[in-house]
Design a protein. Structure first.
Length: 183
């Protein structure tokens, strides 16, 4: 089974299955928490212009297998030394095979090439598989894990790309309060 991983744009038709599947997944996972989960998911995926995910400050990759889009992800500039991962996705029938980890590694590699020293991301409280992926990939949880995840709403993680196990370089990324507290 071989995969083709390539750089593209969220506007490329090959990216549409990724965008559509993410929209469906977000809407379904958060339906019990947001009455407007379909609209909320669509708004989240339309929140950033495609240009933010293009070099020299970003990247958007797609993974194809046998001509079908089966995964992908992106990053954009968070600050001068930090890339922010977004839109990490693997098609449901391709999960639990290491593909999401490969997407994260590919994005980290591209971020390093563009001069970023760190990676930051947030994931939702209803996405425990994502938390596991990031923790297993060497990311530090930047939230109080003793508090119920739904209090945080958005769970921040970060990783130092230069010294992967360093956490002292990540303190400024740590939110002062749970990211859901202001909502």
């Amino acid at each position: 089974m071989s995969y083709r991983i390539f750089d593209t744009s969220p506007l490329d038709p090959v990216a549409q299955p990724l965008i559509d599947a993410l929209k469906q997944e977000y809407a379904t996972r958060y339906r019990d928490f947001r009455a407007d989960s379909d609209a909320s998911a669509a708004a989240e995926l339309a929140r950033y212009p495609a240009e933010l995910f293009a070099p020299p400050e970003g990247a958007f990759i797609v993974v194809e297998r046998d001509g079908e889009t089966v995964g992908g992800g992106a990053f954009k500039r968070y600050d001068a030394q930090t890339a922010e991962l977004k839109r990490i996705w693997t098609r449901e029938d391709q999960r639990r095979q290491g593909l999401a980890r490969r997407v994260v590694e590919e994005l980290e590699s591209r971020a390093r090439l563009l001069g970023y020293r760190r990676v930051y991301l947030t994931t939702g409280f209803k996405q425990p598989e994502a938390w596991g992926l990031y923790i297993d990939s060497g990311y530090t949880a930047l939230f109080d894990r003793a508090i119920a995840p739904e209090v945080h709403v958005h769970l921040p993680f970060a990783k130092d790309l230069v010294t992967p196990h360093a956490i002292d370089t990540l303190h400024d990324l740590r939110p002062r309060e749970p990211l859901g507290a202001q909502h």
